[in-house]
Design a protein. Sequence first.
Length: 746
Amino acid sequence: MEDIINQMIPLMTVYLLQDNRFRLVNPQLSEMLGYTEEELLKTNPMDLVLQEDKAMLEEKMRKVKEDQMQESAQFRVRTKDGKTKWIMVRLVPVQFEGRFAYLGNFMDITEQKRLEAELFNTKTELEHILSTSPVGIAKGENKIIKWVNEEMSRLFGYSVEEFHNMPTRYLYSSEQEYKRVWSIIRAAFRKRRSVSIESRFKRKDGSTFCGILRMSAFDPNAPEKEVIGAVMDISKIKELEKRLAEERQLLDITLRSIGDGVICTDKHGRITIMNSVAQELTGWKEEEAKGRDVKEIFYIVNEKTGQRCEDPVEKVIRTGKIVGLANHTLLISKDGKERLLADSGAPIKDKEGNIYGVVLVFRDVTEERKLQKEIQKMEKLESIGMLAGGIAHDFNNILMGAIGNISLAKMEAEGRLYKRLEETEKSLLRAKTLTNQLLTFSKGGAPIKELSSLTSLIEETAKFCLAGSNIRCKFDISDDLWPAEVDSNQIAQVIANIVINAQQAMPTGGIIEIKAENVFLKEKQLPIAEGDYVKISIQDYGIGVPKKHLNKIFDPFFTTKQKGSGLGLSVAYSIIKNHDGYIHVESELGKGTRFDIYIPALRSTVSEEENNKNGKKEINKRKGRILVMDDEEAVLEVVKEMLKLMGYEVQVAKEGREAIRIYKEAMSKGRPFDLVILDLTVPLGMGGKDTIKELIQIDPDVKAIISTGYSNDRMVSKYWEYGFKEVIIKPYTLSELSNKLKSLGF
């Protein structure tokens, strides 16, 4: 038996046990326990077994003996050097020397037991970690859940027991979502990768939530067979992201809607946000500017010195206060364009008051500055206008006396003397044009329209504007040009403004071509009504206007000139519009500019004065009583003589109260006046406006005419609203007065 043990199984630790004694042992057992063979043969094996394992081993041995069956047992022994070893033994019942014995095979499993204990501890620790993890964790096989942690149970609302053997598809918000997720998982597993997917999951109560699923396979060769997955609820994160996105969108909308430029920086002065206005003003796109130093993008200098201005962001961070930009701050954009700026920078603070950034808010005040200057000009012009209006009024009164007397003298003159008087009258009427130019500063209101021939108006105005210049006019005016109902003064102003513009566009001199013709416009041919028009074209051959400026040329205060208020063409546009006409401009750089003016016309003729053989106009004798009120003695005298020459009975008054008294007396005597001519402005007495109110109360049927040399008063353009029947502008000739009275039936 000993030879068999030592020769047949030399690598095994074997012994033969009989009567609780080792009868045979091989060297491996001796080496394992640290005893010699002799020592082991003298030892009771149970003395080597730890006390707590003896009962179990004795029970195993009893079963082997009774059942004559093999049994295995694991127990601990104490070696000779005092160490404890785990032994696994297999006991086989045998007959030795005719009696029952145990053949045992020992194996040292101490290291195995150590590893098992370590594995158990690791598993326990892992289970504890997984169970207490704030992330839901599940283990599955073939898409069936086998184990979940407590967080998974809480997250989905199922108990841990309910999760066991649950198909994973139950956890998704829809079948479509389940298929989508697993198609992504399979694609990742084929590449032997773990995968993270955002998905929508469904709880036991039917509610859904947004989560992140992280999935890994235990076996890369059979990835779907055994997997572990982790689910984290990101609903709150998503809600915060949504709110953040909404707030960012609100911020973006707010920044875009703000008319000012806005730049935000971090505490180091690096740009984080720029709105569209800031991008436009600086010339930098937000994506280009982000992360750059604000000094590179927001390049500001002093308008007067050209020196670089102090960086407002650095100043805000240094002082922690709101900082205003200094006056005369000039922003130089990326393309070199210069703009005047206003406004300020302010710190951006957190809840604790720490500065973590700066916001710059600024706006382009270049046009505002120009507008302020223009307003100052306009205030000066208003003062000049008031002065000019007063001068024109007084000058017109003087002219009235001169022109009136010449008109009377012409009625008595013959031959060469008549012609001399006629030429003098024309000169004085040209002086009247000068007063109209002065009244331009007063910016008259609605047009006072009268049927007029435009031929002489165009020619005389253009010649007057170009007198003494190196430019002459070439006229091409139709002989049968239709008359038009216009305010001659205002149309003259339009012609003058355009001709002066043309003159300034031709500094070296040249020719301005002015053409006037009759045209018929069809409906929608131009943005004015269908009908007859006089078309006036004024062509210069000057420097021209850039195309980008053509659509602004009629805007108030717009000008490309170093000098000028920018009002001339806007006034011209307004006048033509008030005449129900249309004005259009075409221009080409280096070739010149053409203005086309369309004024509504009448297909009739203006009656010309029919003179007798020596040129005098026949004045038919008329009847009627007329009261004239004027504060100028010379005007009263000449108007009185004009009216008497026509056959009227005339009385005069120097101011309103006197006129009212005379009117009352005439009514009381049964000899009322047929017509009243009232001066509008009487510096030291009652003027025409207050006088007509009193007269209407006395006689609601009173007929009155305004007579004034100050034609820009609203009362002149809307005379009928104040109770007047007509208006006549001083100075006027005998013929003009006669025609005006005739129009009223006198």
